[in-house]
Write a protein that binds this ligand. Structure first.
Ligand SMILES: CCCCCC/C=C/CC(=O)SCCNC(=O)CCNC(=O)[C@H](O)C(C)(C)COP(=O)(O)OP(=O)(O)OC[C@H]1O[C@@H](n2cnc3c(N)ncnc32)[C@H](O)[C@@H]1OP(=O)(O)O
Length: 201
């Protein structure tokens, strides 16, 4: 019931926020184009099934082996969410995994090793873009956590309005990244670069 009420409330909001506005729609489209230029992935890491009759989209993460959040993955995720945001018929979004046992292993460790400061900065900006986009989405968002979801995977689920997790003792979830010595940088570019040096040395 609470979920339905929230859906109704948010859907009303969508109606208001998605009124045609030349400046607003222009900046959104530009953001998509910039992301598309950045995204050079070959096979889709994200599958979106949108049900017109319910107004609910299911976004399935399908990037083996563990749906780790690489720059390409985050870019594709953001593009998919932006496209759904622009579709006024889409009122709800369910994020889940197509892989067995794993929702998302969190940030891709390989993005944090041996990369240039510029690439590291781009990666961390993409991380921030992802959670800000999800957190501020006009859609009702639900994480259907059907596997383990450590660190950044947990963060992704926390950006959603609701989380439902499979009842399986073998699936773990939590913000364990500090055990790896990883601390997310602050929001400014200066701090991103500062942390970048730390992680590439
Ligand atoms: C303001 C914002 C605040 C942000 C705060 C959030 C910050 C987050 C930082 C992070 O997310 S750091 C990443 C932390 N992630 C982990 O510690 C996950 C480690 N992985 C696991 O625990 C397990 O892999 C799993 C997810 C439980 C899956 O276990 P399973 O037994 O099914 O698979 P594995 O054999 O362990 O792994 C298969 C394959 O995948 C590789 N891999 C696993 N995790 C990652 C990862 N995060 N990045 C890149 N690659 C990963 C693993 O090395 C294996 O590769 P291989 O080549 O087959 O050996």
């Amino acid at each position: 019931m609470a979920l339905r009420a929230a859906l109704r409330q948010k859907c009303g909001l969508i109606g208001i926020l998605s009124q045609p506005s030349s400046s607003g729609s222009h900046s959104r489209v530009s953001a998509v184009l910039v992301s598309q230029m950045r995204n050079n992935a070959t096979s889709p890491k994200i599958k979106v099934d949108f049900n017109q009759s319910t107004g609910v989209a299911v976004l399935s993460m399908q990037s083996p082996p563990v749906n780790s959040l690489s720059l390409d993955f985050l870019t594709e995720l953001c593009i998919s969410v932006e496209k759904l945001e622009m579709d006024r018929a889409c009122r709800g979004l369910i994020i889940t995994s197509s892989l067995p046992k794993v929702f998302s292993a969190g940030l891709d460790i390989l993005e944090m090793y041996g990369k240039s400061p510029e690439r590291c900065g781009e990666f961390w900006r993409a991380v921030q873009e992802m959670w800000l986009k999800m957190y501020s989405s006009n859609m009702v968002t639900i994480a259907a956590i059907n596997g383990s979801s450590p660190a950044g995977g947990c963060l992704l689920s926390l950006t959603c309005d609701y989380r439902i997790m499979s009842d399986n003792p073998r699936y773990s979830i939590g913000l364990n990244e500090t055990l790896l010595g990883i601390v997310a940088p602050f929001g400014t570019d200066k701090n991103i670069i500062k942390n970048t040096h730390t992680c590439s040395n």
